[in-house]
Design a protein around this ligand. Sequence first.
Ligand SMILES: [Zn+2]
Length: 230
Amino acid sequence: MPTCPVCNSSKFVSYRGRENARCVDCGSKERARLMALVLSKVAPTGNGKPVFHFAPETGIADILIERYAGSYSPADFSPDLYPWSKVPLTKVDLRQPLVHFPPQTVHGFVHSHVLEHIPGSIERIILEMNEAIAPGGFHFFQVPIEPGWYRENMDPNLPGEQRRKDFGQDDHFRMFGAMDFHERILRLFEDFQPIDLTKHIGFQELRDAAVPASSLSRLTGHSVFAFLKR
Ligand SMILES: [Zn+2]
């Protein structure tokens, strides 16, 4: 019987045809449980600089509060969507990261399935976020990934139904593709050391957390990308 690394529950139900995908007690899905495992294994300790958590999930928020206490800072473009948050949210527009985060002032960024929502140059957005991180800091994230190639459409007049068809949801501006994920995204982390998660998390441990093994062996929407700034 698997155990949820977010809340320690052993009650799971299937979700959208995926067996044991959803934890009954905390509502976490596979990707939140993998992020919880990653944070518990490899997240750097706090140093007083802020750790920003975009589009915060409750369980991950609790883990980050425990680890970073007063340095934890949840953030979103629409702070009103998070009335449950124990820490007040900062309003952030990720189209302009450096407007919010001056260079080398941030200890960490944590976000899951956020970057597909931001209308703007994905390369500039990631580079500016990375510039904001101080040496020794970290950038941990997840994005939806399909087997093909990267594609995007910034046209504000594109109908929601078309966005759903092209990018999986009516408020998505892009879909990441496994074929060019390195060229498009991972190469933007040249000032960073990638963490090889297979050295820290075993396949049995994944199974015990009801997370698919493909999260570590392939590029999927559950995979965590974990980078430390040199
Ligand atoms: Zn749970």
